[in-house]
Design a protein around this ligand. Sequence first.
Ligand SMILES: C[S@@+](CC[C@H](N)C(=O)[O-])C[C@H]1O[C@@H](n2cnc3c(N)ncnc32)[C@H](O)[C@@H]1O
Length: 246
Amino acid sequence: MKLGAHISPISRSYIENADVVFMGVSSGLVELWIQEMNGDVRSLQPYYQEGKSRLKTYKEMVKVMLDEVRKGKKVCGAFYGHPGVFAWAPHKAIEQAKAEGFKAHMEPGISAEDCLYADLGIDPGTYGCQHYEATQFLLYKKRIESTAYLILWQIGLTGDLDLTQNNAKKDYLEVLLDLLVKDYRPEHEVIIYSASLTALNNFSERKVPLMSLPNEKLSMNDTLVIPPAKKMLRNELFVTKLNEIV
Ligand SMILES: C[S@@+](CC[C@H](N)C(=O)[O-])C[C@H]1O[C@@H](n2cnc3c(N)ncnc32)[C@H](O)[C@@H]1O
């Protein structure tokens, strides 16, 4: 997540010792940094194109990585954050490689979620924490637990049904608001969070009332944090059951 700081020693070693490294990062600075670690570093960024479905892009990424694996090369895919968190291509590439009989595995990384807990001082264990992808959250019925944190990923892509958009339209955010106000007051304070990507910048934390969400400018790097709105209620039935055990 943070340039030069959040890479684990083992991930670095895989990058250094691979025959070819594919890079799934959008920052030119990060690309230059990774290029210092290996002589054959290839960017996956050119597969993204305006108006093109991201699913098509992800499938092309998997194919290009697998093509090199099939040639017998040691291939490393370097993705920002945790490669397995809200990320389709890394999981798919590993699954496909294994299905074809190759050895493949994922190394964990420091995700936006990890930065969020540290920067905002949130412990997911205190009240519990639900995580959803913002568009999926609208498309499928979920049981919202408003005594816990609700974290919506890809808020900047809300409503992007054909996966071709790169910003959230106000109308789509209004629909999200319609859903959220069933469980939260319109004045409930929410946080638009963005982790810092370099040591030169701080993280950003914009606190706004829920009702103003559709008017906010949201970026691809924003995650929405909705703090609990209600107190947790003791489940007396189960408290009694536990107390009855001697
Ligand atoms: C495709 S997912 C990739 C997440 C990444 N694999 C990770 O481990 O954080 C992209 C979403 O992650 C979240 N995200 C990415 N960068 C972020 C940042 N700098 N700060 C906060 N959230 C971020 C946003 O919700 C964004 O829409």
